[in-house]
Write a protein that binds this ligand. Structure first.
Ligand SMILES: [Zn+2]
Ligand SMILES: [Zn+2]
Length: 455
């Protein structure tokens, strides 16, 4: 059916619809996967309408080119949650002839749009405010596979990368923790879940690590990104000079040999190590498989101590609560849990964490990166509310963003770094102050990184 602006509530949840309106992306971006559709051109760029129900939040798989003219779109209708915005998901552009006659009357009836900033648009509204928060802070993504570096087949085939630096600059992201996936050769997706399906051969994951770290280095060089080796390097990153913190998701490449940690630090500039991933490895137990070690192993404890000495951030994402508790007892530096979300009653193999689990991380002075998984948070707004709930439990000094870009099996509401202004806007709309939003966007991780590396 065709949706008219005079009665957005008429379309049924989940139905296929057509709608025409004027696009407005956060920060006035000219290309975006997520943007607002308005019944008439926005009064000034970046100003969201006063009435959220008078706008449609659009989600597209590929970025759409946005201009000042109207767009005619087709997609799946979502009636909005908690009285928030209507949504058009899986949006695709249609050609435009013929729409004006159909919707003109609807546009007139909808009345003039009002700015959040009020008459005359004198004060900055959320779009401009979000840009100011991004510009004043140093946004950091705590967990990313940007460029397409998570899949072992792609790595082995030398498959082409997708761009990283351009979307970072567009969105205003200063630095990302770019993670190779240490156990990628030994797991696969079954029924929507990632499971290990075989044991690695001796030497296999070390050799794969060499290949995967090498690919990250080549990618970083080809994208002209800075490699962050010190806390001062991190302070030197910005929208204009974006940087990469080399990370590993899973310490499986060590194959139980501690000296390989020093080697990865020196040879690959490894500065952020996640102990476990989808394989119960030599370091400890994981959330998605039955426990075998009762948490963190003695070798896992040794690796944490060595990370503390060498200057490598310790990330306990994917680890069981027992692993996290022992890690917190062993470490002398704050812990990171880079990608997850809060759930009071997570299922037995869930990657989400309880308030108790979150408090263990916060108790080390650490930071928890929140995941933009679409199955948990259908919109950036919902994700911002989820972050607010986490902050209620652990405080605003212990939350961050872990996008898992190009790594999430299901959908994501943070598909690329051009989503950063929209995400920041959602944080502000969820009630965070500019200062608190800046902490969540990167300040908290920068504190942990500096504590872990010194300087
Ligand atoms: Zn993960
Ligand atoms: Zn990941």
């Amino acid at each position: 059916m065709r949706v008219t602006w005079t009665d957005l509530s008429a379309a049924a949840e989940g139905s296929a619809v057509e709608v025409t309106g004027y696009p407005m992306a956060a920060g006035g971006a000219r290309q975006a996967r997520r943007f607002l559709l308005l019944p008439e051109a926005a009064c000034c760029p970046g100003h969201a309408p006063r009435d959220p129900s008078g706008a449609i939040e659009v989600f597209a798989d590929t970025p759409m080119t946005l201009g000042n003219s109207a767009l005619r779109l087709r997609g799946t209708w979502r009636a909005g949650e908690d009285g928030w915005r209507y949504q058009l998901q899986d949006a695709q552009p249609l050609d435009t002839p013929g729409w004006r006659a159909i919707t003109r009357r609807g546009l007139m009836a909808a009345g003039p749009l009002m700015c959040l900033a009020g008459p005359g648009c004198a004060a900055p509204a959320d779009g401009a405010r979000a840009e100011a928060v991004i510009a004043a802070g140093r946004p950091i993504d705590i967990h990313s596979h940007a460029g397409g570096i998570a899949n072992s087949n792609r790595i082995r085939q030398g498959a082409g990368y997708s761009a990283i630096a351009a979307p970072m600059r567009q969105g205003g992201m200063a630095a990302i923790c770019l993670a190779m996936v240490s156990d990628s050769p030994t797991h696969h997706v079954v029924d929507g879940r990632i499971r290990p399906y075989r044991n690695p051969a001796a030497g296999e994951l070390y050799a794969y690590g060499t290949l995967a770290f090498g690919r990250i280095r080549a990618l970083v060089e080809s994208e002209n990104l800075r490699i962050v080796a010190t806390a001062a390097d991190l302070r030197g990153t910005s929208r204009a000079a974006p940087g990469v913190i080399i990370a590993a998701e899973g310490a499986d490449f060590l194959e139980g040999r501690l000296e390989r940690l020093e080697e990865a630090h020196a040879r690959w500039t490894l500065r952020h190590l996640q102990l476990t991933h989808y394989r119960v490895n030599e370091l400890g137990d994981i959330q998605t498989e039955p426990p075998e070690h009762g948490g963190l192993t003695d070798f896992g404890a040794e690796v944490i101590r060595q990370c503390n000495r060498t200057g490598i951030v310790v990330d306990v994402a994917h680890g069981t609560l027992d692993l996290v508790k022992r890690a917190a007892a062993v470490t002398t530096k704050p812990l990171v849990l880079s990608h997850t979300s809060l759930n009071n009653r997570p299922g037995p193999t869930s990657r989400q964490i309880t308030p108790e689990h979150a408090k263990v991380i916060a108790g080390t002075g650490g930071v928890i990166g929140v995941w933009p998984s679409a199955s948990i948070y259908p919109t950036l707004t919902a994700m911002a509310v989820g972050i607010a709930r986490l902050v209620d439990v652990v405080g605003v000094d212990h939350a961050g963003l872990g996008s898992d870009l190009r790594g999430l099996v299901g959908g994501t509401v943070f598909a690329d770094y051009d989503a950063l202004p929209g995400f920041t806007e959602a944080l502000l709309q969820a009630g965070f102050t500019d200062q608190d939003a800046a902490k969540i966007l990167g300040g908290n991780y920068a504190r942990v990184f500096t504590a872990s590396l010194g300087g």
